[in-house]
Each structure stands twice: as structure tokens, then as C-alpha cells.
Design a protein around this ligand. Structure first.
Ligand SMILES: Cc1ncc(COP(=O)(O)O)c(C=O)c1O
Length: 301
């Protein structure tokens, strides 16, 4: 589903490097590392019911990604929380909001890739927008693309970085094929994830998902595995081939931006729901979690 411009976001305030700016003035220096080399890390978060869902998990993943990339002068978790709260408060946002949190390596003294040219520390961006889950909740269609998902031999997908060309090339193939998203295989030909989400399948009462070797270890993915464990649904991480997905009882994708979305077709093969019912149970358990969990927005920080 192609996202469209939401006029509610026309006059939002955006936090950049310590300042809250109007959307039209929210600009970043051409010397910033994200412009020069996609040299930044990011997180997508959601606000439900006055709470930021899984905030600490997202901030930990961001801190890990920044550490892996050897960023210097990284803002602490409390500082980032304050920036998020201030942005939400400035926009009067408490529900139905997606936050794109970006931390760049910061501004360089001159163009070039060398991190020693970064002498001012990181730059934090908080972009909070009114945004409903982005996929059709009735289901989406996937194709398999020719681009392989990065693995630790090249660029470890455990770093949640802004070098998204790997995924963007995959998305272009999906667009050309008239599909919603693309399945990316790993270097051995097993299913890894889609260009934007983690992927699951069910068969004969068991839930399966690929190992988090080449895919992003998504926070939603982790929650699904946890929920299954609590509900005594067998959940298995393993290498999974396309054939296993074509012949699954149910397939669904997960992520903060789109929550849990069923898949009705992969590469022209219908996913014929033999209704193991696991997807419905897991989606409902996830929805209940979003209603009650998360960190209260600290407007009085
Ligand atoms: C490639 C990719 N896979 C999966 C996900 C889902 O991760 P999460 O559940 O942490 O939002 C994302 C989200 O950013 C992503 O970019």
C-alpha cells in the first residue's frame, strides 16, 4: 500500500540536534554524516494510548548500533527520552503516532568518509508523525527479489543503520512486480526477511521464523516469540526455504511500522490458509500488549 501525504503532519515540529523546528525549517547540514555516507543509526517506534511501546528496547538497540559503529559523544538514554517527550508534547501527540528516531555520526569539518572528520559529536533527530499502521490489515502480496539480504560477512544487519540501499533495491523490485514488499533471501538461499519486516509462517500448529542471522532481530519479532512461549505455542527459529513458505498454513510479517500483517500470496502462489489460527491468536495478544504496556510519555519531565 503506497503511503500518502497526511495533512495532519503539515505543521509538525521536528527535533534536530537540540532544537524543535517547524517542518519547513527542519533541515540538516550537507556536512552531516547521514548525507555523506548514510552514516547513521535509526529506530522506528509507536505511541499507543499515551505510552511509547518498547521504548527501552529500542533505545538499547540504538545504543548498540551506535557503539558497533564507534560513534562518539552518543547521547544517553535519558537525554534521548527527554527529546522524544519534548517532541510529542510540542505536537500534542499521545496516540496513533510513529516516531522515526535517527542518530547520525554528526557534522564533519569537511566532506569525506573518515570518522575523524566528525568533531562535534552525534546529531539526534526525532521525527514524530501521525501515522496508522502502513499495510492493508486484510493482507499483502510478496515477491522474492534478486537482491540478497546483508549478512555478517558484509554489513551486519544487527546494526540498524541508515545504509538502506540493500532494502531499497529490493523494494524497487517489489514495486515493478506490483507486489507490496519483497522477500529477501540470505546468502545460502534461505528466506531472511522482507525489505521492511520480519517474516513468520505456521504449519500444523507450529510457528516458524528464520534465524536472526541475516535479518534484523526485530523487536516485534522478539515479542512474538515471547508471546508464543507464554501461550505454549511451539515457536521454532530455523533455516526456512521458499517452498516451506509457499506451502505454509499461514504467513505473516511483523514490524513497528505495520504491526502484524497476513500475507496472502508469494511469487504467484496463494497462501491457502488451512487456518491453524495461530496468526489470529498472536495478533490479538500483541494488540492487548500495545494497549497496556509501554513507557508513559513524561510530559512533566
Ligand atoms: C529490514 C527490517 N526488518 C524488520 C524490521 C522490524 O523491526 P521492529 O519489529 O524492531 O520494528 C525493520 C524495522 O525497522 C526493518 O527495517
Amino acid at each position: 500500500m503506497l503511503q500518502t501525504f497526511n495533512s495532519q503532519n503539515e505543521n509538525i515540529k521536528i527535533y534536530i540536534g537540540g532544537q524543535l523546528l517547524d517542518r519547513k525549517d527542519a533541515k540538516i547540514s550537507v556536512f552531516d554524516s547521514v548525507v555523506q555516507g548514510g552514516d547513521a543509526v535509526w529506530e522506528g517506534l509507536r505511541v499507543y494510548n499515551g505510552r511509547i511501546f518498547c521504548l527501552d528496547k529500542h533505545l538499547q538497540r540504538m545504543a548498540d548500533s551506535a557503539h558497533a559503529l564507534a560513534f562518539e559523544n552518543v547521547p544517553g538514554k535519558q537525554e534521548i527520552k527527554k527529546a522524544i517527550f519534548a517532541t510529542l508534547q510540542a505536537n500534542g501527540m499521545t496516540d496513533g503516532v510513529h516516531i522515526r528516531l535517527t542518530l547520525t555520526r554528526g557534522e564533519k569539518i569537511t566532506s569525506g568518509m573518515d570518522p575523524r572528520l566528525n568533531q562535534q559529536g552525534c546529531c539526534l533527530i526525532v521525527l514524530a508523525e501521525w501515522k496508522a499502521p502502513v499495510y492493508d490489515s486484510q493482507g499483502i502480496k510478496l515477491i522474492t527479489c534478486s537482491v540478497r539480504r546483508n549478512n555478517p560477512q558484509f554489513l551486519d544487519s544487527k546494526i540498524h543503520h541508515n545504509n538502506l540501499l540493500n532494502n531499497i533495491l529490493a523494494k524497487i523490485e517489489a514495486n515493478i512486480a506490483g507486489a507490496d514488499d519483497a522477500i529477501m533471501l540470505d546468502s545460502q538461499g534461505f528466506v531472511s526477511e522482507t525489505n521492511a519486516t520480519n517474516i513468520f509462517m505456521t504449519r500444523r500448529g507450529v510457528l516458524y521464523t528464520p534465524y536472526a542471522d541475516s535479518c534484523l532481530p526485530g523487536i516485534t519479532r522478539g515479542l512474538i516469540l515471547e508471546l508464543c512461549n507464554n501461550m505454549r505455542i511451539t515457536a521454532v527459529e530455523k533455516n526456512l526455504s521458499l517452498t516451506e513458505f509457499y506451502t505454509a498454513d499461514e504467513v505473516f510479517v511483523t514490524g513497528t511500522m505495520g504491526e502484524l500483517t497476513p500475507v496472502y500470496e508469494i511469487d504467484g502462489r496463494a497462501i491457502i490458509s488451512k487456518s491453524s489460527g495461530i496468526f489470529g491468536i498472536v495478533r490479538e495478544a500483541f494488540r492487548r500488549k500495545t494497549e497496556v504496556e509501554g513507557e508513559k510519555i513524561g510530559f512533566g519531565f
